[in-house]
Ligand binder design. Structure first.
Ligand SMILES: Cc1ncc(COP(=O)(O)O)c(C=O)c1O
Length: 377
Protein backbone atom coordinates (compact mmCIF):
# COMPACT_ATOMS: atom_id res chain seq x y z
CA UNK A 1 0.00 0.00 0.00
CA UNK A 2 1.30 3.53 -0.78
CA UNK A 3 1.78 6.21 1.88
CA UNK A 4 -1.54 7.75 2.88
CA UNK A 5 -1.25 10.87 0.76
CA UNK A 6 -3.16 11.73 -2.39
CA UNK A 7 -3.76 14.49 -4.86
CA UNK A 8 -7.21 14.64 -6.39
CA UNK A 9 -7.40 16.27 -9.80
CA UNK A 10 -10.87 17.37 -10.82
CA UNK A 11 -11.47 17.58 -14.56
CA UNK A 12 -15.02 18.71 -13.77
CA UNK A 13 -13.65 21.74 -11.91
CA UNK A 14 -11.39 22.46 -14.92
CA UNK A 15 -14.42 22.46 -17.22
CA UNK A 16 -16.33 24.68 -14.76
CA UNK A 17 -13.48 27.22 -14.59
CA UNK A 18 -13.17 27.36 -18.36
CA UNK A 19 -16.92 28.07 -18.59
CA UNK A 20 -16.51 30.88 -16.02
CA UNK A 21 -13.96 32.70 -18.18
CA UNK A 22 -16.11 32.29 -21.25
CA UNK A 23 -19.22 33.58 -19.49
CA UNK A 24 -17.42 36.65 -18.20
CA UNK A 25 -15.97 37.55 -21.58
CA UNK A 26 -19.25 36.68 -23.29
CA UNK A 27 -21.07 39.19 -21.07
CA UNK A 28 -18.59 41.92 -21.92
CA UNK A 29 -19.01 41.09 -25.59
CA UNK A 30 -22.77 41.32 -25.29
CA UNK A 31 -22.54 44.68 -23.52
CA UNK A 32 -20.25 45.94 -26.28
CA UNK A 33 -22.60 44.47 -28.93
CA UNK A 34 -19.52 42.92 -30.48
CA UNK A 35 -19.75 40.09 -32.97
CA UNK A 36 -16.00 39.49 -33.03
CA UNK A 37 -14.80 35.91 -32.64
CA UNK A 38 -13.40 35.12 -29.20
CA UNK A 39 -11.60 31.83 -28.70
CA UNK A 40 -10.50 30.61 -25.31
CA UNK A 41 -7.27 28.66 -25.39
CA UNK A 42 -6.50 26.76 -22.20
CA UNK A 43 -2.87 27.08 -21.16
CA UNK A 44 -1.52 23.66 -20.22
CA UNK A 45 2.22 24.25 -20.03
CA UNK A 46 4.34 22.70 -17.29
CA UNK A 47 2.39 19.45 -17.25
CA UNK A 48 -0.82 21.50 -17.09
CA UNK A 49 0.40 23.44 -14.07
CA UNK A 50 1.15 20.14 -12.34
CA UNK A 51 -2.24 18.56 -13.15
CA UNK A 52 -1.11 16.25 -15.96
CA UNK A 53 -1.36 17.02 -19.67
CA UNK A 54 -3.79 14.16 -20.37
CA UNK A 55 -6.05 15.21 -17.48
CA UNK A 56 -6.10 18.73 -18.88
CA UNK A 57 -7.07 17.42 -22.31
CA UNK A 58 -10.12 15.90 -20.67
CA UNK A 59 -10.93 18.89 -18.43
CA UNK A 60 -10.52 21.41 -21.22
CA UNK A 61 -12.13 19.36 -23.98
CA UNK A 62 -14.45 22.30 -24.72
CA UNK A 63 -11.63 24.84 -25.06
CA UNK A 64 -11.12 26.37 -28.49
CA UNK A 65 -7.43 25.57 -28.39
CA UNK A 66 -4.47 24.85 -26.17
CA UNK A 67 -1.32 26.79 -25.36
CA UNK A 68 1.90 25.25 -24.09
CA UNK A 69 5.67 25.45 -24.17
CA UNK A 70 6.95 22.01 -25.13
CA UNK A 71 6.76 20.75 -28.67
CA UNK A 72 6.60 17.21 -27.28
CA UNK A 73 3.39 18.07 -25.41
CA UNK A 74 1.92 19.57 -28.56
CA UNK A 75 2.64 16.37 -30.49
CA UNK A 76 1.16 14.31 -27.65
CA UNK A 77 -2.06 16.36 -27.83
CA UNK A 78 -2.30 15.79 -31.58
CA UNK A 79 -1.69 12.08 -31.05
CA UNK A 80 -4.58 12.16 -28.56
CA UNK A 81 -6.70 13.50 -31.42
CA UNK A 82 -6.83 17.14 -30.33
CA UNK A 83 -7.83 18.78 -33.61
CA UNK A 84 -8.27 22.41 -32.55
CA UNK A 85 -5.46 25.01 -32.51
CA UNK A 86 -2.34 24.47 -30.45
CA UNK A 87 0.07 27.33 -29.87
CA UNK A 88 3.64 27.17 -28.60
CA UNK A 89 3.88 30.24 -26.39
CA UNK A 90 7.66 30.56 -26.66
CA UNK A 91 7.73 29.28 -30.19
CA UNK A 92 10.31 26.71 -31.24
CA UNK A 93 13.98 26.42 -30.41
CA UNK A 94 15.65 24.38 -33.17
CA UNK A 95 15.70 24.13 -36.93
CA UNK A 96 14.54 20.51 -36.67
CA UNK A 97 11.35 21.63 -34.90
CA UNK A 98 10.02 23.35 -38.01
CA UNK A 99 9.12 20.14 -39.81
CA UNK A 100 7.22 18.93 -36.74
CA UNK A 101 5.24 22.18 -36.65
CA UNK A 102 4.32 21.59 -40.29
CA UNK A 103 3.48 17.93 -39.80
CA UNK A 104 1.27 18.45 -36.74
CA UNK A 105 -0.24 21.82 -37.69
CA UNK A 106 1.08 23.61 -34.62
CA UNK A 107 0.86 27.38 -34.39
CA UNK A 108 4.02 28.99 -33.10
CA UNK A 109 4.90 32.25 -31.45
CA UNK A 110 7.70 34.03 -33.30
CA UNK A 111 9.60 36.35 -31.00
CA UNK A 112 13.09 36.57 -32.56
CA UNK A 113 14.73 36.82 -35.96
CA UNK A 114 16.53 33.48 -35.58
CA UNK A 115 13.14 31.77 -35.67
CA UNK A 116 12.31 33.49 -38.96
CA UNK A 117 15.66 32.27 -40.31
CA UNK A 118 14.74 28.71 -39.31
CA UNK A 119 11.34 29.10 -40.99
CA UNK A 120 13.08 30.19 -44.22
CA UNK A 121 14.68 26.76 -44.38
CA UNK A 122 11.39 24.87 -43.97
CA UNK A 123 10.50 22.11 -46.40
CA UNK A 124 8.31 23.40 -49.20
CA UNK A 125 5.05 21.68 -50.06
CA UNK A 126 4.00 20.86 -46.50
CA UNK A 127 1.18 22.52 -44.49
CA UNK A 128 1.80 26.21 -43.88
CA UNK A 129 2.63 27.11 -40.29
CA UNK A 130 0.37 29.66 -38.59
CA UNK A 131 2.46 32.11 -36.61
CA UNK A 132 1.78 34.64 -33.86
CA UNK A 133 4.30 37.47 -33.81
CA UNK A 134 5.12 38.18 -30.20
CA UNK A 135 5.60 41.80 -29.15
CA UNK A 136 7.55 42.94 -26.14
CA UNK A 137 5.32 45.34 -24.24
CA UNK A 138 7.53 45.94 -21.24
CA UNK A 139 8.20 42.50 -19.84
CA UNK A 140 11.54 42.47 -21.70
CA UNK A 141 11.54 38.70 -21.85
CA UNK A 142 10.44 37.69 -25.33
CA UNK A 143 9.23 39.61 -28.33
CA UNK A 144 9.90 42.21 -30.97
CA UNK A 145 9.62 45.92 -30.40
CA UNK A 146 6.79 47.80 -32.09
CA UNK A 147 9.42 49.52 -34.24
CA UNK A 148 10.40 46.14 -35.72
CA UNK A 149 6.84 45.21 -36.68
CA UNK A 150 7.01 46.20 -40.37
CA UNK A 151 10.33 44.42 -40.96
CA UNK A 152 9.07 41.24 -39.27
CA UNK A 153 5.81 41.37 -41.14
CA UNK A 154 7.46 41.73 -44.54
CA UNK A 155 9.80 38.79 -43.84
CA UNK A 156 6.87 36.63 -42.77
CA UNK A 157 4.72 37.74 -45.72
CA UNK A 158 7.49 36.61 -48.06
CA UNK A 159 7.31 33.18 -46.39
CA UNK A 160 3.53 33.27 -46.65
CA UNK A 161 3.86 33.72 -50.41
CA UNK A 162 6.09 30.62 -50.54
CA UNK A 163 3.50 28.60 -48.59
CA UNK A 164 5.73 28.15 -45.55
CA UNK A 165 3.76 30.48 -43.30
CA UNK A 166 -0.02 30.46 -43.02
CA UNK A 167 -1.91 33.08 -41.04
CA UNK A 168 0.09 35.76 -39.25
CA UNK A 169 -1.39 36.89 -35.95
CA UNK A 170 0.07 38.84 -33.09
CA UNK A 171 0.34 38.45 -29.36
CA UNK A 172 1.77 40.01 -26.24
CA UNK A 173 1.95 39.11 -22.57
CA UNK A 174 1.34 41.81 -19.98
CA UNK A 175 3.93 42.29 -17.26
CA UNK A 176 1.38 43.72 -14.82
CA UNK A 177 -2.06 42.32 -15.59
CA UNK A 178 -2.56 41.41 -11.94
CA UNK A 179 -1.23 44.74 -10.66
CA UNK A 180 -1.31 48.07 -12.41
CA UNK A 181 -3.84 49.07 -15.07
CA UNK A 182 -1.76 52.00 -16.37
CA UNK A 183 0.91 49.76 -17.89
CA UNK A 184 -1.69 47.34 -19.19
CA UNK A 185 -3.61 50.03 -21.02
CA UNK A 186 -0.47 51.42 -22.67
CA UNK A 187 0.72 47.97 -23.71
CA UNK A 188 -2.69 46.96 -25.03
CA UNK A 189 -3.11 50.15 -27.07
CA UNK A 190 0.23 49.55 -28.74
CA UNK A 191 -0.51 45.95 -29.70
CA UNK A 192 -4.08 46.69 -30.80
CA UNK A 193 -2.72 49.29 -33.20
CA UNK A 194 -0.11 46.89 -34.56
CA UNK A 195 -2.65 44.10 -34.94
CA UNK A 196 -4.45 45.91 -37.78
CA UNK A 197 -1.60 44.98 -40.13
CA UNK A 198 -1.94 41.25 -39.37
CA UNK A 199 -4.32 38.77 -40.97
CA UNK A 200 -4.40 36.32 -38.03
CA UNK A 201 -5.79 36.47 -34.50
CA UNK A 202 -4.86 38.90 -31.75
CA UNK A 203 -3.98 37.40 -28.37
CA UNK A 204 -3.24 39.44 -25.25
CA UNK A 205 -5.12 38.17 -22.22
CA UNK A 206 -3.88 35.68 -19.64
CA UNK A 207 -6.08 34.86 -16.61
CA UNK A 208 -5.74 38.19 -14.84
CA UNK A 209 -6.29 40.15 -18.05
CA UNK A 210 -9.22 37.96 -19.15
CA UNK A 211 -10.99 38.84 -15.89
CA UNK A 212 -9.81 42.40 -15.28
CA UNK A 213 -9.48 43.66 -18.86
CA UNK A 214 -11.80 41.51 -20.98
CA UNK A 215 -12.20 44.46 -23.39
CA UNK A 216 -8.72 43.61 -24.72
CA UNK A 217 -9.89 40.08 -25.40
CA UNK A 218 -12.69 41.09 -27.76
CA UNK A 219 -11.04 43.87 -29.74
CA UNK A 220 -10.03 42.23 -33.02
CA UNK A 221 -12.04 40.30 -35.59
CA UNK A 222 -10.56 37.12 -34.06
CA UNK A 223 -9.21 37.02 -30.52
CA UNK A 224 -7.48 34.27 -28.57
CA UNK A 225 -7.69 34.42 -24.77
CA UNK A 226 -4.89 32.56 -22.99
CA UNK A 227 -6.04 31.87 -19.42
CA UNK A 228 -3.91 29.51 -17.36
CA UNK A 229 -3.91 29.76 -13.58
CA UNK A 230 -7.61 30.61 -13.13
CA UNK A 231 -8.56 27.45 -15.01
CA UNK A 232 -6.89 25.60 -12.14
CA UNK A 233 -8.88 27.50 -9.51
CA UNK A 234 -6.23 29.97 -8.40
CA UNK A 235 -6.45 33.69 -9.01
CA UNK A 236 -3.47 36.02 -8.71
CA UNK A 237 -5.56 38.84 -7.21
CA UNK A 238 -8.53 39.14 -4.87
CA UNK A 239 -11.62 38.70 -7.08
CA UNK A 240 -14.02 39.54 -4.24
CA UNK A 241 -12.11 42.65 -3.23
CA UNK A 242 -12.07 43.88 -6.82
CA UNK A 243 -15.80 43.29 -7.17
CA UNK A 244 -15.75 40.23 -9.45
CA UNK A 245 -18.25 38.54 -7.18
CA UNK A 246 -19.89 36.62 -10.00
CA UNK A 247 -16.65 34.82 -10.94
CA UNK A 248 -16.25 31.61 -8.97
CA UNK A 249 -13.36 29.32 -9.72
CA UNK A 250 -13.22 25.86 -8.21
CA UNK A 251 -10.04 24.18 -7.02
CA UNK A 252 -8.83 21.60 -9.52
CA UNK A 253 -6.13 20.11 -7.29
CA UNK A 254 -6.73 18.90 -3.75
CA UNK A 255 -3.79 17.68 -1.70
CA UNK A 256 -4.71 15.51 1.26
CA UNK A 257 -2.95 13.12 3.62
CA UNK A 258 -3.74 11.10 6.75
CA UNK A 259 -2.78 11.65 10.35
CA UNK A 260 -0.18 8.94 11.02
CA UNK A 261 0.76 9.72 14.64
CA UNK A 262 -0.49 11.81 17.55
CA UNK A 263 1.74 13.38 20.21
CA UNK A 264 0.80 14.86 23.56
CA UNK A 265 2.90 17.89 24.49
CA UNK A 266 3.43 19.37 27.92
CA UNK A 267 4.22 23.04 28.47
CA UNK A 268 7.77 23.64 27.23
CA UNK A 269 7.85 20.66 24.80
CA UNK A 270 8.71 21.52 21.22
CA UNK A 271 7.97 20.05 17.78
CA UNK A 272 10.07 19.23 14.73
CA UNK A 273 13.48 20.26 13.36
CA UNK A 274 14.98 23.30 14.98
CA UNK A 275 12.40 23.14 17.79
CA UNK A 276 10.83 26.24 16.28
CA UNK A 277 7.51 25.68 18.05
CA UNK A 278 7.25 25.26 21.81
CA UNK A 279 3.98 24.49 23.61
CA UNK A 280 2.83 27.13 26.06
CA UNK A 281 -0.02 24.85 27.22
CA UNK A 282 -0.74 21.13 27.10
CA UNK A 283 -1.37 20.28 23.45
CA UNK A 284 -2.25 17.46 21.07
CA UNK A 285 -0.21 17.44 17.88
CA UNK A 286 -1.00 15.34 14.80
CA UNK A 287 1.71 14.17 12.44
CA UNK A 288 0.52 14.22 8.81
CA UNK A 289 1.99 12.13 5.97
CA UNK A 290 2.93 15.06 3.76
CA UNK A 291 6.19 16.97 3.53
CA UNK A 292 8.21 19.14 1.24
CA UNK A 293 9.24 16.11 -0.82
CA UNK A 294 5.57 15.89 -1.80
CA UNK A 295 5.45 19.53 -2.82
CA UNK A 296 4.11 21.10 0.36
CA UNK A 297 6.21 24.25 0.89
CA UNK A 298 8.84 24.01 3.59
CA UNK A 299 8.47 27.75 3.99
CA UNK A 300 4.87 27.37 5.23
CA UNK A 301 4.60 29.57 8.31
CA UNK A 302 3.25 28.76 11.74
CA UNK A 303 -0.55 28.76 11.59
CA UNK A 304 -0.90 27.92 7.90
CA UNK A 305 -4.46 26.56 7.72
CA UNK A 306 -5.47 22.96 6.99
CA UNK A 307 -8.67 21.04 7.66
CA UNK A 308 -8.96 17.79 9.61
CA UNK A 309 -12.04 15.78 8.68
CA UNK A 310 -13.53 19.10 7.57
CA UNK A 311 -12.58 21.03 10.74
CA UNK A 312 -10.09 23.91 10.62
CA UNK A 313 -6.68 23.41 12.19
CA UNK A 314 -3.24 25.00 11.87
CA UNK A 315 0.33 24.07 11.15
CA UNK A 316 2.88 24.11 13.96
CA UNK A 317 6.64 23.55 13.72
CA UNK A 318 8.77 23.13 10.63
CA UNK A 319 7.61 21.15 7.62
CA UNK A 320 9.99 18.21 7.13
CA UNK A 321 10.66 16.09 4.06
CA UNK A 322 7.91 13.52 4.56
CA UNK A 323 5.78 14.88 7.41
CA UNK A 324 4.28 17.99 8.85
CA UNK A 325 2.69 18.69 12.22
CA UNK A 326 -0.59 20.37 13.11
CA UNK A 327 -2.31 21.42 16.31
CA UNK A 328 -5.39 19.27 16.99
CA UNK A 329 -5.83 20.20 20.68
CA UNK A 330 -9.30 21.54 19.85
CA UNK A 331 -10.30 18.44 17.85
CA UNK A 332 -10.98 15.60 20.32
CA UNK A 333 -12.29 13.31 17.56
CA UNK A 334 -9.22 13.56 15.30
CA UNK A 335 -7.59 10.14 15.09
CA UNK A 336 -5.03 8.09 13.21
CA UNK A 337 -6.36 8.01 9.64
CA UNK A 338 -8.23 11.33 9.88
CA UNK A 339 -8.11 13.12 6.52
CA UNK A 340 -6.14 16.33 6.44
CA UNK A 341 -6.68 18.61 3.46
CA UNK A 342 -3.57 20.68 2.84
CA UNK A 343 -5.17 22.66 0.02
CA UNK A 344 -8.12 22.38 -2.33
CA UNK A 345 -11.71 21.18 -2.03
CA UNK A 346 -12.92 21.35 1.58
CA UNK A 347 -9.60 22.78 2.69
CA UNK A 348 -7.75 26.08 2.45
CA UNK A 349 -7.35 27.53 -1.02
CA UNK A 350 -3.98 26.98 -2.63
CA UNK A 351 -3.57 30.78 -2.74
CA UNK A 352 -3.94 31.05 1.03
CA UNK A 353 -1.34 28.34 1.62
CA UNK A 354 0.91 30.09 -0.90
CA UNK A 355 0.49 33.41 0.96
CA UNK A 356 1.47 31.80 4.26
CA UNK A 357 4.52 30.32 2.53
CA UNK A 358 5.70 33.40 0.69
CA UNK A 359 5.09 31.55 -2.56
CA UNK A 360 2.45 31.78 -5.30
CA UNK A 361 -0.29 29.32 -6.19
CA UNK A 362 1.47 28.58 -9.51
CA UNK A 363 4.54 27.27 -7.68
CA UNK A 364 2.56 25.04 -5.37
CA UNK A 365 0.56 23.33 -8.10
CA UNK A 366 3.56 22.95 -10.40
CA UNK A 367 5.56 21.65 -7.45
CA UNK A 368 3.41 18.61 -6.65
CA UNK A 369 5.95 15.80 -6.86
CA UNK A 370 5.80 12.52 -8.72
CA UNK A 371 5.64 10.40 -5.62
CA UNK A 372 2.17 11.68 -4.72
CA UNK A 373 -0.48 9.24 -6.00
CA UNK A 374 -3.06 11.05 -8.13
CA UNK A 375 -6.75 10.28 -8.41
CA UNK A 376 -8.55 11.91 -11.32
CA UNK A 377 -12.24 12.66 -10.96
C1 LIG B 1 2.54 33.70 -22.95
C2 LIG B 1 1.64 33.26 -21.85
N1 LIG B 1 0.31 33.32 -22.03
C3 LIG B 1 -0.55 32.94 -21.06
C4 LIG B 1 -0.09 32.48 -19.85
C5 LIG B 1 -1.08 32.10 -18.79
O1 LIG B 1 -0.93 32.96 -17.68
P1 LIG B 1 -1.80 32.78 -16.38
O2 LIG B 1 -1.47 31.44 -15.85
O3 LIG B 1 -1.35 33.86 -15.48
O4 LIG B 1 -3.21 32.89 -16.80
C6 LIG B 1 1.28 32.41 -19.62
C7 LIG B 1 1.78 31.96 -18.33
O5 LIG B 1 2.78 32.34 -17.81
C8 LIG B 1 2.18 32.80 -20.65
O6 LIG B 1 3.50 32.74 -20.49
Amino acid sequence: MPRPIQAIISTQAMAHNLAQVRTRVGEIQEQAKSSNTVKTLAIIKANAYGHGTLNALKGFAEADGLGMIDLEDAVLCRQQRWQKPIILLEGFFHQADVEILQQYRITTAVHSFYQIDYLKQAKLGMSPIDVMVKFNTGMNRLGFLASQAQEVLSLLKALQTKGIVGRIGCMSHFANADLDSRYVNEAAEQVMQLSTSFDGPLSMCNSAASIRYPQFGIHAAENWLRPGICLYGSVPFDTQLEGFTDVTFKPTMTLMADIIAIQTLQVGDSVGYGSTFTADRPMKIAVVACGYADGYPRSAAENTPVTVDGQPARLVGRVSMDMLTIDITHLPHAHIGSKVVLWGEQGPSIDVVADYSNRIGYELMCGLTKRVPVQVI
